[in-house]
Design a protein around this ligand. Structure first.
Ligand SMILES: [Fe+2]
Ligand SMILES: [Fe+2]
Length: 134
């Protein structure tokens, strides 16, 4: 499983690559700065994560629709699953799980990066063809 950013994560779709990369950088910086036992800081970081992935997923889904990508339902299900994972993190925060920081970092690095190199890669061609025709 991939756990750090590499050029393998690039899709050559500028807007999407920038979002993926900015998110990953921001996330690494924020996760280093946060006091792992400070619930308020952790809540803010997780809420930011939630806002970010929701906005990013919306943009991706819009591009997939416009490009006529045929496996869109499966991809949207995966986005829903990742949003559910963030909801789980919020719940663990409510339960004062002392490992919340570690779990959040693992989520970010593993789930998010692996979604990019596996699922996002699958729509890459369809979206690139659509953008090149525009
Ligand atoms: Fe993505
Ligand atoms: Fe995606």
């Amino acid at each position: 499983m991939l756990d750090k950013w590499t050029d393998k994560c690039l899709l050559n779709i500028d807007k999407i690559d920038q979002q993926h990369k900015a998110f990953f950088n921001l996330w690494n910086t924020e996760m280093e700065q946060v006091d792992t036992q400070d619930r308020i800081q952790m809540t803010q970081v997780i809420e930011k994560l939630e806002d970010y992935i929701k906005a990013h997923f919306r943009e991706e889904e819009e591009l997939m629709v416009k490009s006529g990508y045929n496996d869109i339902e499966k991809h949207i299900d995966q986005h829903k699953y990742l949003i559910q994972k963030v909801d789980d993190l919020k719940q663990e925060l409510d339960y004062n799980n002392p490992l919340i920081h570690e779990k959040t970092a693992v989520f970010m690095k593993k789930w998010f990066l692996n979604h990019i190199i596996q699922s996002d890669k699958e729509y890459q061609q369809s979206v690139l063809e659509y953008l090149n025709k525009k």
